[in-house]
Design a protein around this ligand. Structure first.
Ligand SMILES: Nc1nc2c(ncn2[C@@H]2O[C@H](COP(=O)(O)OP(=O)(O)O)[C@@H](O)[C@H]2O)c(=O)[nH]1
Ligand SMILES: [Mg+2]
Length: 272
């Protein structure tokens, strides 16, 4: 069974069309509506979707519930797409095909594989920076780590249990895919930036996601992130300590700055 899974928060203007257009491509359309204050849930249900309702916790929490649902209902393939009209449901088969015909575990719809994407310059740059950080942590070479248009195989559905509540879930999932040794492919998709396409201010959103991406990557590469800076600080602390001892023993001068610097650097290094 193939499911199309749609996180939707206050998407009453678009959800009907997205559900209707998704239905022909899958066996079930599932909408996770967490606490929309508009008619999203009713419109989605009337259009033929199964609606999961929960209190509002964020995009990641919705994705996590959709994973749980697909696992419980034994989906063979789960496709996630946005409810605001940015993704075109007619491209669902492209992602499913990557899983069935090419035997990959996760297919990611990338807006950057053909150059017609309408993303603004700063949004594009932000996504590229986050994607580079994410690729460093995963060893993947993907072009769009923040795409929410993805397809997951049964193995991926079973293996991935996301915990991030917000938008950083996209990076978290990539790290988990990499850790579990699942395979990934990218598929070119188009994305629309017309109308009201974002629930959050994109700069705040981007900075938060980048910070979380760095957190995940630092856990994956602890030596580079903590070991090398830590060692450098310890060596700097020892050098300053040496200068202090040298002055004290030779000239009886107590060089407090050097002593204090040495202790601070040494402790910082030890903590890292
Ligand atoms: N269920 C649920 N869906 C959300 C939440 N935040 C965003 N979404 C949905 O996730 C999709 C992508 O969110 P959006 O804000 O458009 O992200 P952006 O396009 O990357 O800026 C849309 O379909 C939103 O309705 C949330 O808190 N809960
Ligand atoms: Mg959007």
């Amino acid at each position: 069974m193939k499911f199309a899974c749609i996180p939707a928060y206050n998407e009453e203007d678009t959800i009907q069309k997205i559900v209707t257009k998704s239905l022909p491509h899958v066996d079930r359309v599932v909408v996770c509506d967490d606490g929309s204050t508009d008619n999203t849930a009713k419109i989605a249900r009337d259009a033929g979707a199964i609606v999961i309702s929960q209190s509002n916790q964020g995009y990641g929490a919705a994705i996590s519930s959709l994973f749980d649902y697909s696992r419980k209902e034994n989906a063979q393939i789960m496709v996630t797409l946005d409810g605001d009209g940015q993704h075109n449901p007619d491209q669902i088969p492209l992602l499913i095909d990557a899983i069935t015909a090419h035997n990959v575990d996760v297919a990611i719809g990338s807006r950057f594989l053909d150059d017609t994407t309408q993303a603004s310059g700063y949004r594009k740059t932000g996504i590229k920076i986050i994607t580079s950080a994410s690729n460093y942590g995963t060893n993947f070479k993907i072009s769009d780590s923040q795409s929410g248009f993805r397809a997951y195989s049964k193995d991926a559905i079973d293996a991935i249990h996301p915990t991030e509540q917000g938008m950083s879930v996209s990076t978290e999932i990539l790290l988990k895919i990499s850790n579990k040794g699942l395979s990934v492919a990218e598929v070119p998709i188009t994305i629309s930036y017309q109308g009201d396409t974002s629930e959050q201010h994109s700069v705040t959103h981007g900075v938060g996601v980048l910070a979380n991406t760095i957190k995940y990557v630092s856990i994956k590469h602890p030596l580079q992130f903590y070991g090398i800076p830590g060692l450098t600080l310890i060596i700097a602390g020892l050098v300053l300590g040496g200068i202090f001892l040298d002055r004290y023993l030779n000239d009886q001068i107590v060089f407090y700055g050097s002593l204090l610097g040495s202790i601070i650097l040494f402790l910082l290094g030890a903590i890292l």
